[in-house]
Design a protein around this ligand. Sequence first.
Ligand SMILES: Cc1cc2nc3c(=O)[nH]c(=O)nc-3n(C[C@H](O)[C@H](O)[C@H](O)COP(=O)(O)O)c2cc1C
Length: 205
Amino acid sequence: MFYEPRLNNSGLPIDPLKALVVPRPIGWISSVDGAGAVNLAPFSFFNLVADAPPIVIFAPSGQKPGGGIKDSRRNVEATGAFVVNLATWDLREAMNATSAGLPAGTDEAAAAGLTMVPSRLVNAPRVALSPVALECRYLQTVSLPSLDPAEPNDVIFGDVVGIHIDDRLITPEGRVDITIAKPIARLGYSLYTTVSETFAMKRPG
Ligand SMILES: Cc1cc2nc3c(=O)[nH]c(=O)nc-3n(C[C@H](O)[C@H](O)[C@H](O)COP(=O)(O)O)c2cc1C
C-alpha cells in the first residue's frame, strides 16, 4: 500500500505513521516553573542528535487540554533547564500517569507517587528511581510547519551538561549494560517495547 500522510488516505482506521518509526525512545522530561513547581511528562518525539557536545531534542506538539502550549515547553524556555529521565519497565505506570494533562503548577511527579531529587548543575529535579538522568541546559526552540496553526509543532534543543548513571548498570568491564535498566520505548497505538535483548556488529573497515 501507499498513502500520503497529509491526505490521511491510508484507508486504515488509524494513521499508521507512529507504528512505523519504531521504537522511539521516551524522553521523560522534568522541569520547574518560575515558582519552582515540578513538572514531569513523557515525550517520544525525543532523541540524542549530537554527542560532542551531547545534544538532545524533544518535541512538544499540540496544546494542553484547556488550550495553551505544553507546560514542559513553557518551563524549559522560562528557566533554561530540564532533565531527561530514563523511563524503565519498573517505572512504566508512573511514566504513563505523568502524561495526564494536569493544570499548570500541578506537581505531576507527586501525583504519580514519584520522589524527585535535586540535580547537580541545573535548576530542574530528576526522578530519584530512574537509573539514568541527563541534566540539560536549554539551547533553542525550532518551530516546525504545522498542518493546523492552532496545534504547534515545536522542537526543543538541550545541551547535556551532566549525566547520572546508576552504578548497578556498569559491568566489571566498565560498560553500561542497559538491559539491566530495561528501558521502555514507544511503538504505535498504545504499544510499547522494552530493551531487553542486544546483539553486536562491528563496523567494516
Ligand atoms: C509515551 C508517551 C509519549 C508521548 N510523546 C509525546 C511527544 O513526543 N510530544 C507531545 O507533545 N506529547 C507527547 N505525549 C503526551 C504528553 O506527555 C502530554 O501531552 C503531557 O500532558 C504534556 O505535559 P506538559 O503539559 O506537562 O508538558 C506522550 C505521552 C506518552 C504517554
